[in-house]
Design a binder for this molecule. Structure first.
Ligand SMILES: *Cc1c(COP(=O)(O)O)cnc(C)c1O
Length: 392
């Protein structure tokens, strides 16, 4: 059978059209023109409520949210920020953009932060960014206990993990700040967009001003006005605002999130159970306390040579399933050695070994069971083909 386009997104709910038509007719696309109830402001209120956070600030991307988070923490120039060695290049980029220096932490072969390396590097940093990759989370109990004890702020990069739970708490609500993406490959799709949440009024006030709430536009944010008094005219305006059109595309998707997360998890676990039958494929289990929100599957190839890994990718690709081995695909943005804009880029042996065997396959949440079965069949037959070849 032929497999569907694995990058196709969910259709935007029809409810978005009415709001978008209204915006197109009025031309009211800027979030601060209307006196109240601009779609961006409504999105912020709805997202904060959904997450159980006090404040939300919608911006142009998750990268912008990460950058503003670091700026709002008011870290000194060249402050060191601990980030995982396995994340998207946007994360070290946001750190550099904020005039800080990324410090890379080892990641285990289950894609989560290596806590021993985290402990070793924590004393040298002023802030931490935890990336919850692909709907998985690291051990947030250990990370938050260590950072709280050391008074180090934590930014949760939950760009691709909206809906993941850790001991019944929502990912993105445990750190000082949580950041999420609405780029097309994430659970909620507006093409581009991001949002940050926090319970800290002073911090969000600084981020709101720097996001581009020039003059007294901050009055349109439901944050105690006292929080702004000290900040007027004190911060650069980076203009990373969200447009009303993006908010109009995002808002009607929020009620669909729970079902997307449930479908994504069911699909992931269905394929994982089939793949785990092969002695050459290992799908890492969730951590105790973790309920994942995947729209893709990651697994490690076991006991394959580099040539066999390449043969596996070719065999799967020729049958319509695109597999990315994070460390083996050229210029992959999640392979730390490609972040050559970082000064004194370190070596991370554990993370490198993981990246050379870790595979990534998209599983859009709407795939029906027979397609999931076909994807698993392709992957299992590709691994059989690859392991029949003799090591070169
Ligand atoms: C997608 C992603 C980002 C970047 O999000 P943008 O909205 O595209 O800036 C950052 N971190 C992770 C883990 C991501 O998956």
């Amino acid at each position: 059978m032929s497999l569907p386009d694995m990058h196709s997104a969910e259709p935007i709910p029809a409810a978005a059209r009415e709001d978008i038509d209204r915006l197109l007719t009025s031309g009211d696309l800027f979030r601060y023109t209307a006196a109240e109830n601009a779609p961006v402001s409504l999105l912020e209120a709805e997202f904060a409520e959904m997450m159980g956070a006090k404040f939300a600030l919608a911006v142009s991307s998750c990268s912008a949210a990460l950058f503003l988070s670091l700026k709002a923490l008011d870290l000194p120039r060249d402050a060191r920020v601990l980030i995982p060695g396995f994340t998207f290049a946007a994360v070290p980029s946001a750190v550099m953009h904020a005039d800080c220096l990324p410090v890379l932490c080892e990641v285990d072969d289950n894609y989560r932060i290596n806590i021993n390396d985290f402990i070793a590097k924590l004393p040298d940093v002023s802030a931490v960014i935890v990336s919850h990759m692909r709907g998985h989370t690291s051990d947030m109990d250990a990370i938050m206990a260590l950072c709280t004890a050391a008074s180090i702020p934590v930014i949760e990069d939950a760009a691709h993990s909206l809906g993941t739970l850790w001991n019944d708490r929502k990912i993105g609500t445990m750190g000082t700040i949580g950041c999420f993406s609405f780029q097309s490959y994430k659970m909620i799709n507006a093409g581009e967009g991001g949002i940050m949440i926090t319970d800290d009024a002073d911090l969000v006030a600084r981020a709101i001003i720097m996001s581009g709430a020039y003059e007294h536009n901050w009055k349109k944010h439901p944050v105690l006005q006292d929080a702004f008094a000290a900040h007027q005219n004190k911060w650069p305006l980076y203009n990373l605002r969200m447009s009303n059109l993006s908010a109009a595309v995002i808002r009607p998707q929020l009620p669909h999130l729970a079902k997307r997360v449930e479908d994504g998890r069911r699909n992931h676990d269905h394929v994982a159970a089939l793949l785990d039958q092969s002695p050459h494929i290992h799908v890492p289990a969730p951590l105790a306390g973790e309920v994942r929100a995947p729209d893709s599957i990651q697994f490690n190839l076991v006991d394959l040579t580099d040539d066999q890994v390449a043969a596996f990718v070719d065999a799967a690709g020729s049958q319509g399933v695109k597999v990315q081995v994070f460390g083996a695909s050229t210029d992959n943005a999640r392979a730390f050695w490609n972040w050559q804009f970082i000064p004194d880029l370190p070596e991370l042996p554990k993370t490198r070994a993981m990246l050379m065997r870790a595979c990534d396959v998209r599983l859009p949440v709407h795939l029906p069971t027979h397609t999931l079965d076909a994807v698993a069949d392709v992957l299992l037959s590709a691994v059989a083909t690859a392991t029949k070849q003799r090591a070169a």
